[in-house]
Design a binder for this molecule. Structure first.
Ligand code: ZN
Length: 89
């Protein structure tokens, strides 16, 4: 196996679809995809938290966790992790 980064084991567990093509633009693309979720979800919960249903909290939590993972991987992950987490684009 190639060199591993701190994200490899986590990404390999979550992203069951296997390795994907490594392309240079996937890292900025991942960042752009995740930023609105990582920033917007806490804002929505903060503004409307009291009136939201439990289901929304669960969905928001999963999306927020995925966005955070994407941000971390785009920051410190290796090319293989970035390519894998973004999947086929
Ligand atoms: Zn990695």
């Amino acid at each position: 196996m190639a060199a591993t980064c701190p994200c490899c084991s986590t990404v390999n567990t979550i992203c069951f679809w296997g390795p994907r093509r490594e392309v240079w633009w996937k890292r900025p693309a991942l960042l752009v995809c995740c930023l609105p979720f990582a920033g917007g979800i806490p804002a929505i919960l903060w503004l409307k938290g009291g009136s939201l249903q439990a289901g929304f909290w669960i969905v928001a939590g999963v999306l927020f966790a995925a966005a955070l993972l994407g941000l971390v991987v785009s920051a410190i992950g290796c090319n293989a992790c970035v390519a894998r987490i973004l999947g086929d684009l």
